[in-house]
Every structure is written in structure tokens, then in C-alpha cells.
Ligand binder design. Structure first.
Ligand code: NIG
Ligand code: FE
Length: 377
């Protein structure tokens, strides 16, 4: 894990693209104890505060309109989550102007950055027509290079009972139009849900995406055990996300692979589901990432510090493991080696904590400790 006591000197100029984070576009030039630091143009004394890499939120759905607060309230009273509510967000999003969606997206990204996030992945998935999915990806591209085509989020109402026809659309003209605006493709693989996709459909989506040059990610094991985790590993997905329900075979497959298991504890918090077995994954040697999954249905939080606190309190990760998963783990889940750590050459996306150590991220839940920092002005 990054050593929170280390200091870093950065060089370079402020980066123009927004996805590298709010700190600066400089690169880390040297890391070590202050006593051995080379001469620098400018010295910033953080007065004993911990400095950590800005968080890498590798899983969000920030391009949408409306909210589903009443669905949340019903869940707190015992109603289950099954993905059916996604249709109402699709309707609201289709009916929203590009300007309104852009403003909302910008507000969410600013909210995430204010809490220490430097790199953010954003999925489509609330459009579900060719035109609407392209529009969401174009908007997401304006704020990040980590865009994911999630046409296979759910079967839209106009295709009810015709899931295979919808998969043909997703893997055909929708993919062709969306691929130029995306780095990744994702699918909600959940055979037990009437709204999501089974293993064969998910395979068709992922194989087509790979053929179109996209990297692979999977929503797997959210509502129950299923084929999604092993499918993702088999096809070389960068990450399988949720992993709330895992079989021993899933664990074995992940342990022998390069696929990252991304845990999304905001979902379990907001759906009253059991938390994933992070310890089993870590003890098996699986590389684990933490992300917010920020979306209006299952996890309407943009706070990586909250996810860290939940991972420590509810999933028995150590504070160091949780920090690693929220930074370097997220970077691995995006197959990035230039973010999520403060090694020489990494982007100088620093987050200064209003605290002496990273442990305080979980020790002081709900307190806004994380501040991103511009080293180069
Ligand atoms: O990752 N499960 C699929 N997609 C989202 C939820 C989307 C929604 O409910 O609006 C998730 O949990
Ligand atoms: Fe998600």
C-alpha cells in the first residue's frame, strides 16, 4: 500500500483533461522521507496530515435523470431490489435534455472530486436505444476517458419478453454506434432476474464487445450466484463487479486470474443485502477493488471514503487493505498503471486527509476528511 508518511514532489503543468483528477497534471518525480528530498521549486508543508493517492472509482452510473428515493424507502421497510426500478430511470433519462444531463453529471463529478476521487469510470445504461446510449456515452466522455457501454443493463420495456432480440440490437447497431465513445463494455449478468441477462446472453454481449475493441467488465453475483464471475474470468475481463454472492468455483477462478473483484459496499448498505465476503477473496489472493457504483437505484453515494469505512466495518478489511482497494485496486480494475499510487511517474493526483493517517477514513466515518490538492498552480 502507499506509505501515507511519504512525501512527494511533483513537476509538470496542470492537466487540461478532467479525468486525471483535481490535483494537478504533474507527475510524481520523487518519493521518500522529507529529510532526503531534492531541492524543489515550491515546498508545501501539510503539517503532519496524511497524503494518499486520489481514489480511483472504477464503477459508476452517473449519467441519468431523476432519482428513486421512494424505492429506497420501500426497501428500508423490507421490499427487495430486483432491478425493476431501472426502467423508471431509463424513462426519466430519455426524457431529459442533453443540457440537463450534462449539468447533473458535472455536479456528480464535482461531488466525487470534493471527496478525494481523482479517476472515475462512468457507464451508460439508462438510454437503451441506439441514440440514447450514444448520447450518454458522449456526455460521459466529456468528463472522463473511462467510459463503459452498458446497453445490456436491462431489457427495456419495449423489448419485454424479447430479450434475445434486444441482445441482437445491443451486439449489432448499438455496439457499432457506441464503441467509438467507449473504452469498456459491461453487462448485467443475473439469470435469476427477469430484467437482466443470462450467461449465454452475457457471453454474446462480451464477445461482441471484445471484437469491437472494447475491454470487458461484468456486473456479476449481485442478486444471487450465477455464471457471470466465471464468464468474466474466462473471457479475460478486467473486473467482475458486485461479487455479493460467490461460489467456491468463482473464488477459485478469480484466484488464478488477472480479473479484479470489485466490491461495492454502498449497494449492500442501500439494499440491506449481506456484504460480500471480502476476507475470502483477499485470503485467496484475489485482487480486490472498492468502488461506489453511484446510481439512483442501489447506491446513491459518490463517496469513496464511505465505501472504505463500510469495507472496514462490515467486510473486515483492514484500513490499509481498504485504502489499497480504493486506489491501486481501482486502477488495476481499469488496467491503469498511472493512477492509484504515488510511485515515480504516476499522475500527481494527491488527496490530503484532515487526519494523521489513512486509518481515520474508517475511524471517522461521515467526516469530510479527504481533500484533493493542486500541487502545481
Ligand atoms: O450496479 N444492477 C445493475 N445496475 C446497477 C443498479 C442500477 C439501478 O438500479 O438503477 C447496480 O447495482
Ligand atoms: Fe453498477
Amino acid at each position: 500500500m502507499p506509505d501515507p508518511r511519504a512525501s512527494a514532489e511533483a513537476s509538470g503543468t496542470r492537466r487540461a483533461t478532467p479525468d486525471g483528477g483535481p490535483a494537478s497534471g504533474g507527475r510524481v518525480a520523487w518519493v521518500g522521507l522529507a529529510a532526503g528530498a531534492p531541492a524543489a521549486d515550491r515546498v508545501i508543508d501539510v503539517d503532519g496530515r496524511a497524503v494518499v493517492p486520489s481514489f480511483v472509482d472504477s464503477h459508476t452510473h452517473l449519467a441519468f435523470a431523476g432519482d428513486r428515493a421512494s424505492e429506497f424507502t420501500a426497501r428500508m421497510a423490507g421490499a427487495p431490489y430486483d432491478g425493476g426500478g431501472i426502467a423508471s430511470t431509463v424513462a426519466a433519462t430519455r426524457g431529459s435534455s442533453a443540457e440537463a444531463l450534462r449539468a447533473r453529471l458535472a455536479a456528480f463529478v464535482a461531488e466525487a472530486r470534493a471527496q478525494g476521487t481523482g479517476t472515475i469510470e462512468i457507464k451508460s445504461g439508462y438510454g437503451l436505444t441506439v441514440v440514447d446510449e450514444v448520447r450518454l456515452l458522449q456526455l460521459a466522455r466529456e468528463v472522463t476517458s473511462e467510459t463503459t457501454f452498458l446497453g445490456a443493463h436491462v431489457v427495456p420495456t419495449e423489448y419485454a419478453g424479447r430479450a434475445d432480440d434486444y441482445v441482437d440490437l445491443v451486439t449489432g447497431s448499438m455496439l457499432a454506434e457506441c464503441a467509438p465513445h467507449a473504452r469498456w463494455i459491461d453487462v448485467f449478468c443475473e439469470p435469476g432476474s427477469p430484467h437482466a441477462f443470462d450467461g449465454d446472453q452475457a457471453r454474446a454481449v462480451l464477445v461482441a464487445g471484445r471484437r469491437a475493441g472494447l475491454g470487458l467488465r461484468v456486473h456479476a453475483g449481485q442478486l444471487g450466484p450465477g455464471p457471470g464471475v466465471r464468464l468474466g474470468v474466462e473471457l479475460g475481463a478486467a473486473a467482475v463487479d458486485h461479487c455479493t454472492h460467490l461460489t467456491d468455483a468463482d473464488l477459485d477462478a478469480l484466484a488464478g486470474s488477472d480479473t479484479v473483484a470489485t466490491l461495492l459496499p454502498g449497494v449492500e448498505f442501500s439494499t440491506r443485502s449481506p456484504y460480500p465476503d471480502a476476507r475470502a477473496l483477499l485470503d485467496a489472493g484475489v485482487r480486490v477493488a472498492l468502488a461506489t457504483d453511484c446510481n439512483p437505484g442501489t447506491s446513491f453515494t459518490s463517496s469513496m471514503p464511505l465505501c472504505i469505512a463500510l469495507a472496514v466495518r462490515e467486510m473486515h478489511m483492514t484500513p490499509a487493505e481498504a485504502l489499497w482497494a480504493a486506489t491501486a485496486g481501482g486502477a488495476l480494475a481499469l488496467r491503469r498503471d498511472d493512477v492509484g499510487h504515488l510511485g515515480v511517474g504516476a499522475h500527481a493526483d494527491l488527496t490530503v486527509l484532515e487526519a494523521p493517517s489513512h486509518e481515520h477514513l474508517a475511524y471517522r466515518p461521515g467526516v469530510p476528511l479527504a481533500r484533493t490538492m493542486a500541487l502545481v498552480t
